[in-house]
Design a protein around this ligand. Structure first.
Ligand code: COA
Length: 379
């Protein structure tokens, strides 16, 4: 019995190496992020989201022809079976968009021509469809809720442009499109994040791609992961003005609360993604009546560093950037999901190539040798 009880669990699996990957590397000590060996500082602002997707899925940056082909395929896949449009249309009007998205992606497995097939080629086809469909679901949900209609993707627009067009119901200007394109690049993959691990664990049982993306979505929605960007804007709104930051932050810290959008399991220094997002938040014009949010963000950033020595993570300025783009806060985590689907798909394919069931063990802390009491004698 003793042997079975041995072994101390590592809380939160911190520091545990649970998979081998060639997709991305988070260098937490030096505040660096690499996609397939390229420093994110080399890529951000210089590649489109489609190039990042190709890089993650195929292992190399695409030629102009290759990226054009992927762009055109993704645009063509930005449509849904009628039943899934109906499902979105019939979701309760105040249902969390992430819950609608998760449900719709699970439902898409019912209609996918490759359902049940886990070959490399089938996974790539499913991955392309899913990436396009995640974007379409999020955009359509917003349009249905706000105008009762859906917009179709336009072959003349890229992935980022199409998402904004279908979501906002208008063509984005060039600054909006390029900022959003880079925001998608920055969110595409991040080592073994909790949602990525959930996706890999799911396919390690040989469950399919749709199950893995559904698991990833379920996991991402939590406020300790992708759900933090929405909590950030709620915090900024609650604070209201820069003069109230100090009292709010000190109050939160004194009562043992975490400040949303700060801290990271791996980064011990600045998250490189937040540098770009901070700059975008400064560059984009503020929406009327929301001008104070950026100043409040800056004040929070310096105060949290002063008090705790911790930095903003990707979610902190992503909130103000998305806000400035006119994306309602209940969709912030969905936007993260649109981008991260690229990473999940890449990890699913990588897991399938060299799969072994992921099945750790636990330290049992319950009792032993209890005497059974039949139902009629319990009381
Ligand atoms: N606000 C205040 N303090 C924080 C903090 C935050 N957001 N994040 C970490 N800390 C502090 C902890 O209080 C702890 O301090 P202590 O040693 O004085 O007790 C220390 O930093 C380590 O924190 P811990 O909770 O053990 O880190 P973790 O690796 O388990 O958690 C996160 C990582 C991301 C879950 C955590 O930083 C967090 O909850 N952040 C807010 C949610 C968020 O932004 N999530 C998005 C992540 S990309």
């Amino acid at each position: 019995m003793d042997g079975k009880k041995r072994g101390q669990p590592i809380r939160g699996l911190e520091g545990v190496v649970a998979a081998e990957t060639s997709l991305s590397f988070v260098d937490g000590d030096n505040g660096k992020l690499y996609y397939r060996g390229y420093d994110i500082d080399e890529l951000a602002g210089r590649i489109s989201f489609e190039e990042a997707v190709y890089l993650l899925w195929m292992g190399a940056l695409p030629t102009a022809e290759q990226v054009e082909e992927l762009r055109s395929e993704l645009t063509a896949d930005m449509r849904l079976p009628q039943q899934v449009y109906e499902l979105i249309r019939h979701a309760p009007p105040n249902a969390d968009p992430m819950v609608v998205l998760r449900t719709a992606i699970s439902a898409l497995d019912l209609f996918d021509p490759d359902t049940g097939r886990n070959t490399e080629a089938a996974n790539l086809r499913k991955g392309k469809r899913l990436l396009a469909q995640v974007a379409t679901i999020v955009a359509s949900l917003h349009q249905i809720r706000s105008h009762g209609v859906v917009r179709s993707a336009d072959q003349g627009l890229g992935f980022a442009g199409n998402f904004l067009y279908m979501f906002l119901g208008r063509l984005p200007d060039e600054l909006e499109r390029s900022v959003f394109d880079t925001l998608l690049v920055l969110h595409a993959d991040h080592g073994l994040a909790a949602s990525t691990f959930a996706a890999r664990v799911t396919v390690s049982t040989l469950a399919g791609m749709h199950s893995a993306i559904t698991a990833g979505l379920a996991n991402l929605n939590g406020p300790l992961h992708g759900g933090a960007n929405r909590k950030v804007i709620e915090m900024l709104e609650e604070i209201g003005g820069p003069e109230r930051v100090e009292a709010y932050i000190d109050g939160m810290l004194a009562s043992g609360h975490k400040i949303m959008g700060f801290g990271h399991r791996v980064y011990k220094t600045e998250d490189p993604r937040s540098r770009y997002l901070r700059r975008f938040a400064e560059e984009l014009p503020r929406r009327e009546g929301r001008e104070h949010l950026l100043e409040v963000s800056h004040r929070i950033e310096s105060l949290v560093f002063e008090r705790k020595g911790i930095y903003p993570n990707v979610d902190f300025y992503s909130a103000t950037v998305q806000e400035a783009l006119g994306i309602p806060k209940e969709y912030f985590t969905c936007v993260f999901a649109v981008s991260r689907t690229a990473g999940w798909v890449a990890h699913v394919m990588e897991q399938f190539r060299d799969n072994r069931l992921i099945r750790p063990t636990s330290k049992y802390v319950g009792g032993f040798d209890k005497s059974f009491v039949p139902l009629g004698q319990r009381g």
